[in-house]
Design a protein. Structure first.
Length: 465
């Protein structure tokens, strides 16, 4: 019996490999867009069958020039103005000879086999319009448990609050933008000094690595003792009414990957969300699965899908434009699939900052605009009514109650919500025209679409976009 190694299988002829265009949208991307392109240049894909395109949204930081100098094989297309995320449209046109076309965020970094996994999934099912990757946060994280006595602010605010978290440093470096109040938080709020989040009695603050010591900025309604624990290290912090920094060693805590997006969904109340958001990646998303929507930060399209449904609605500018395009495709019978083997790491909200005024404005305005265009009528009216009620609730908490107690009101949240509502009003005529056009072209009805929406859980582990 021969012991010689078998001959290797013949190589796949390069001409038979699908031609793929990948588009990266750049606006003052600096070193992030360079890092993104470096990862794309290492893809396991024949260079002659890969068309890398950077669409520049009128950058002013010199990154357009750096891209041209460091990546001569990359085509740079220039928009005449900053059109936000729909600026990608410039790279999604003229697809003659392109078998598949994809988008990668400039703050996302793909692994070498990312594209091969995406193409394999899309090629296997003609009914798929797009496939979406396993997107993890760029950092790994370690948990800091926060335990605090609670209080209830009053009649207008019945929440049980523990302690206010407003900053995180790692080895002296500000990492608040990247930190996560993953469990036991009440959501991001806005103050005069920036964003903060109240905890419940027990909460978990995820601290990005690398680092050896975390400092957490805490304040409370009155002096109290708060316990911080990371692994075997435990610190009792004396917290007062003024924010102060408290250190806890990070050694001994387990470093873990955290999910950013494994396909997107829409709740039955009209909020879009990243599926799996803030969950520890422990294998629960290791199987491919059809999803309601794809994530625009890492997606591969079938050109026939874009030809049928159209490109991004430029009125969105930022956020929900990918969910809108996904929903429009749903009404035309297209499907989308999450591909777990396609891995990408992402710096979440690197350019807008979650909780910033810009982030909040476009998220709130665009969610309502998407519903006006795409959703059943009762979902639209319920969402608008709910938005008004929540705005009134904020007004009572942040304006009326402080005035009645002779304190300084904080109009930030109310003014931001009113600005978003005014922005929707300006988009409403165009949205109603688009709605009629979408409904005339639909081949899938509202009742079928409803079955694909996700019931809103009581304690979701997903992030509303």
């Amino acid at each position: 019996m021969s012991t010689a190694d078998p001959s290797p299988p013949p190589a796949t002829p390069v001409a038979s490999v699908p031609r793929v265009r990948l588009v990266v949208l750049n606006y003052n991307g600096g070193e992030l867009v360079v890092r993104c392109l470096e990862a794309l240049s290492k893809l396991d894909w024949p260079a002659e069958r890969l068309d890398l395109v950077v669409v520049d949204n009128v950058s002013t930081d010199g990154s357009e020039r750096v891209v041209a100098e460091r990546f001569p094989a990359v085509r740079v297309l220039r928009n005449s103005a900053n059109t936000g995320f729909p600026g990608n449209n410039l790279g999604l046109r003229d697809l003659d000879g392109v078998d598949y076309v994809g988008l990668v965020n400039p703050d996302a970094f793909v692994e070498a086999d990312w594209l091969r996994a995406m193409v394999t999934a899309l090629a296997a099912d003609d009914g798929l319009g797009a496939v979406s990757a396993r997107m993890l946060f760029a950092d790994r994280f370690v948990d800091v448990a926060v335990a605090s006595p609670t209080f209830v602010p009053g009649v207008a605010d019945s929440r049980e609050l523990g302690v206010m978290v407003s900053g995180v440093r790692v080895d002296g470096v500000d990492r608040w933008r990247d930190a996560q109040v993953a469990e036991g938080g009440w959501g991001i709020e806005h103050g005069r000094d920036g964003t903060f989040e109240w905890t419940r009695g027990d909460a978990v603050v995820r601290v990005p690595l690398p680092g050896s010591v975390a400092s957490v900025r805490l304040a409370a309604e009155a002096a109290k003792s708060v316990t911080l624990r990371c692994g075997a290290h435990e610190v009792v912090a004396e917290v007062g009414t003024e924010p102060s920094w408290h250190e806890v060693p990070l050694g001994g805590g387990e470093a873990r990957d955290i999910v950013n997006n494994v396909g997107s969904l829409v709740f039955d109340d009209g909020y879009g969300a990243d599926r799996g958001y803030l969950e520890v990646d422990e294998g629960q998303y290791d199987e491919p699965e059809d999803v309601f929507a794809w994530c625009g930060g890492s997606v591969l399209f079938r050109p026939a899908y874009l030809a049928d449904v159209g490109l991004f609605d430029e009125r969105f500018f930022l956020y929900y434009e990918d969910t809108d395009l996904s929903w429009r495709g749903q009404t035309r019978g297209w499907r989308y699939r999450y591909v777990p083997e396609a891995r990408v790491r992402h710096i979440h909200s690197a350019f807008t900052g979650e909780g910033s005024a810009m982030f909040q404005h476009y998220v709130e305005r665009n969610r309502l605009y998407m519903l006006v265009k795409d959703a059943p009528r009762d979902m639209v009216t319920h969402a608008l009514w709910r938005y008004l009620l929540v705005t009134l609730s904020y007004a009572r908490r942040d304006l009326v109650r402080p005035v009645l107690r002779a304190r300084r009101p904080n109009p930030t949240q109310v003014l931001r919500r009113l600005k978003s509502l005014a922005g929707l009003g300006r988009l409403l005529p165009a949205g109603l025209v688009a709605r009629r056009r979408i409904r005339r072209a639909a081949t899938v009805g509202d009742e079928t679409i409803r079955t694909r929406l996700t019931p809103r859980p009581r304690a979701p582990h997903t992030k509303a976009q």
